[in-house]
Design a protein around this ligand. Structure first.
Ligand code: FA5
Length: 340
């Protein structure tokens, strides 16, 4: 009996030492220590022995059982260590490597300049007003002294909606909204998108950005207008720009002016942006027409005001030397990324 036990113990230890994985180890545990395992079977035989022999043999069986249990544990630890060593070799990580930088967006160049303008004007006491892109005919034209049969309606080709409204052709209707919301003295700017039904070229888009400016108070004159326009240009370009002021006609201002800037794309030599003239129309302006004040229930005998309608898209073109306005809404990321 002892010989059988010794043989079973030796075989178990050898097989456990050679077990290739956890599954094989489990099978060996069942084979030797399970209910019908080879060592368990030896225990069952003890009942046939005399009390003395049973005590001796029982001790041997227990020793064999313990030896097999220890061998199983040791092999399980060895297998686990091997597994982690292999994993560390095949699946390693260098914690000192730089991480993967996620792509980061940034604002469109038009909005970047718009934000700068908003800061400049709010620091001078102006408030920022927003208006809807779908406007009423009244706000876009009539309240600006452009009645239905006025030839000035042809100056801005219009997208009409089926219900008689329109896509605003300029930011000037926000002047009207501002005067309905606030009583003088008032100072406001209104940046935003405007829409015109017209053919596009290097300096004309059907969708572009403008920024309206309006100041109404007692004794506002052309001197105020020029001061604020100069401040705007100085802050944006950080240097003196070559500009010219000439008379301009807009039904909602009197007198009206056109402020042109020497083309920054060609330096004034002539290119497709300035149509070979060397000058770009940028900042029309004037003193608010008394009719416009009256229609907004502001007494033109008491108050006067100035207004300007900055061509914001063109200002951004001049600032960065962009040679085609159509880049702005092209959706071409190579263009936009240059301003990151
Ligand atoms: C107006 O829109 C007037 N509302 C401006 C104004 C406001 C005058 C207040 C007086 C007082 P105009 O149509 O000229 O004016 O447009 C103003 C500016 O927008 C132009 O000087 C130009 O810089 C820009 N602009 C006009 N049309 C386009 C276009 N199709 N594409 C890009 N920019 C344009």
């Amino acid at each position: 009996m002892q010989k059988i036990l010794d043989e079973a113990r030796a075989k178990a230890l050898a097989e456990i030492a050679a077990a290739a994985d956890d599954r094989a180890l489990y099978d060996l545990k069942v084979k030797y220590l399970g209910k019908k395992g080879e060592i368990t079977e030896q225990m069952k035989r003890m009942r046939d022995l005399s009390p003395d022999a049973r005590r001796n043999f029982g001790q041997l069986v227990n020793e064999a059982k313990e030896a097999v249990e220890q061998a199983l544990e040791a092999r399980a630890r060895g297998l686990a260590e091997n597994k982690y060593a292999r994993l560390a070799e095949s699946d390693w990580l260098d914690a000192s490597l730089p991480g993967i930088v996620p792509p980061r967006g940034h604002v469109h160049p038009v909005y970047a300049v718009q934000r700068e303008l908003e800061e400049i004007f709010t620091s001078m006491g102006f408030e920022i007003l927003d208006g809807p892109e779908v406007e009423t005919e009244y706000n876009n034209f009539e309240a600006l002294n452009i009645p239905a049969d006025h030839p000035a309606r042809d100056m801005q080709d219009t997208f009409w909606t089926e219900d008689g409204n329109l896509l605003r052709t300029h930011t000037s209707p926000v002047q009207i909204r501002g005067m309905a919301l606030r009583r003088p003295p008032l100072r406001l700017i209104a940046p935003g998108r405007v829409f015109r039904y017209e053919a596009t070229d290097a300096s004309h888009e059907n969708t572009f950005w403008q920024m309206e400016g309006l100041m109404v108070d007692r004794n506002i004159s052309v001197a105020h207008l020029i001061y604020f326009m100069k401040s705007l240009l100085r802050e944006i370009f950080k240097r003196d720009m070559t500009i010219r002021l000439r008379p301009g006609y807009f039904p909602f201002v009197e007198p009206g002016f056109e402020l042109d800037m020497q083309c920054q794309v060609c330096g004034g030599a002539g290119c497709s942006v300035c149509k070979q003239h060397g000058w770009v129309e940028l900042l029309p302006c004037g003193l608010v027409h008394p009719n416009v004040l009256s229609m907004s229930q502001i007494d033109p005998e008491v108050y006067s005001g100035f207004a300007f309608g900055l061509g914001l898209s063109r200002l951004v073109m001049m600032r960065y030397g962009i040679d085609d306005i159509r880049h702005f809404l092209s959706g071409d990321l190579r263009f936009v990324r240059q301003f990151a």
